[in-house]
Write a protein that binds this ligand. Sequence first.
Ligand code: C2O
Ligand code: CU
Length: 470
Amino acid sequence: MSLNRRRFLQSAAAVAAVPGLPSPDALAATAPFELIAGVFKQQVRETGAASGVWGYNLQVPGPVLRFKQGEEATFLLRNRLPQATTIHWHGIRVPNEMDGVPNVTQVAIAPDTDFTYKYRLPDSGTYWYHPHQSSFEQVPRGLYGALIVEEARPVPVDREVLWVLSDFKLGPENQQVEDFGRVTDFGSGGRLGNVIAINGKAAGAQQRLELRPNERVRLRLINASSARILALDFTGHQPWVLSLDGQGVPPRPLKGQLILGGGQRTDLILDGSAGSGQFEVWDRRDKGARIATIAYAGSPVRAKVLGAPPAIPPNRLTTPNLQRASRHYLAFEGGVLGMPAIGMVDGKPQDVKSIMEQHGLSWTMNYTAQHEHALMHEPLFRFRKGEHVVIRMINRTDFEHPMHMHGHFFQVVAINNKPVKERVWRDTVVMAPRQDMDIALVADNVGEWMFHCHILDHAAGGMMGTVLVE
Ligand code: C2O
Ligand code: CU
């Protein structure tokens, strides 16, 4: 494969037909749900002008797509954007050709053309959808939405609340600053907005959730930010953690802040543990920001706070067997702080920096002189269908990276070589700076799957590769 492939993967506006890949309109549609990607205005800030945004069906976030586990979903994506686009169904174990990755699983959908996505929903949980074409621009402009798959027997609650969290970088007159794709964002913490939003509206004063005392609420949280990692603090509350990335966990009280990296989801149960009155919800990262208020009023739903909620019935995922797993390594280098001038690769010094500059990269994954994995000339890994694998991710950078694998769930089994006792399923996990993390999975979904950082600027800057399951 040539360097062109990397350029395609990185984003670009390329819409060239790729032989063997489904092309737009190649699939027949039966009663599809229409998702129209377009340009419009939305009131993001409470005051002042409406902001120019890109989104689905004239709303940011796009419509909530809600299904029952096992159902088949059909979507007709109509691209009315000035750029080519695709939709990726984050976390859904779709067949490879429905995964929405331009030039890997399909041809990007050119402006004014349509494409039909059709697949079965094997797993219950909280998921989301967003473009995989120029995602560092298309996602922060507003192209994202929730996809919720109900369990056969949902956990009984009085109410469900969905918060799609994101941020917008708004300039004068509340318009989006069009500085997408800056090298400085690619090589640092990513492009951060200056307005955190909940369900497409600025966080803060206008975000008020009114609940009744002792009401049991399932709060589904999705971090749809292109770069921002959130540290949520539900002051006064003792929420239960119900699921992570759509997969049920034994319900347990949330300890401290809820870290939610880009792409990650968490379902919480709020039970009226706060009592009565008003409580603030904060994002504690950086300087911190009050993002919402939860206010209790009215007659209590029940006399007492309920106890632990029941667990969500687990999805059918095969637990990796570490004894028989094959072992693989993925080292990350780069970033404006961490970029080594000379890196030791395969025991030999390499001028990593100049190689990266030459290829316009801010980051590399497994750079070796022999195998230019980092340049995406070939998949990072090739697995046999059903192979049990452990991948040691080695973060040689001074940045956090929410790493996401398509088409599979994995378990974090060790951190800095120390086994993790409680193993949970994830599709996106935040690696701390300079951390080693072992993830394990059964590669049972055939196809070529993206494995990338969900700081979308990092993905575009080199932290994006594929895993081939055959
Ligand atoms: Cu939500 Cu490849 O991403
Ligand atoms: Cu990253």
